[in-house]
Design a protein around this ligand. Sequence first.
Ligand code: MLT
Length: 244
Amino acid sequence: MPSSAPVVFLHAFPLGPGMWQSQVGALAGRKVLTPSFPGFGGRPPGGTSLDDFADAVVADMDAAGIGRAVVVGLSMGGYVAFRLHARSPERVAALVLADTKATADDEAARAKRTDQAARARREGVGWLVDAMVPVLLGETTLAERPKVRESVRGVIAAADPEGVARALIAMRDRPDSTPQLAGISVPVLAIAGDEDKVTPVAGARQIAEGVADGRLVVIPKAGHLSNLEDSPAFNGALLSFLQN
Ligand code: MLT
């Protein structure tokens, strides 16, 4: 990959682009873009499909003068990266797919998303903080990294309920990206925290083994938000991938 390619960071649910602060710092000197999906980071809600989110990212790349980029997506950001690659492959120089998976939701997960979207619209997002923090963060972070825990709680509490509802519907209805894997010819780095309960390591391994040019890095003692839970390890994996 061109070693100087810009890097576009796609955030997780229900977080925002602020989650990439450490990675942006580690890439000082390189052009980076950290878009907010519609309904997040102060951007008005718009669309209920991950294709809408992917198209919004491409529009942001156009506005920033970025043609082709290394696209880094964590969890929902990874789901969007798959859609971006499917719709606009010419814009993707390489993929970093962190704490995410190619597969679609099963029926039980789809039903849960429907309930949660309705609840966010009805009640706001206060309940989501307690529902998600213990799931998003690994056991080590929950026990030993109170700053990370408190900062994630704060970001979720500030999320826009309609943005949350639409993202839940968009994730619920996303297609299975597994058939896409064999056609991805750009270099791919899959990263997973070994304490990830939302998208366990097996999902990252499937991605790394399913593409033509894939590699896997597992980060010990990190959960689903591996870039926040062990930023030095995540940044090391990212930088080494970008330099090769
Ligand atoms: C995320 O971290 O983006 C979400 O937890 C992903 C999901 O709910 O599938």
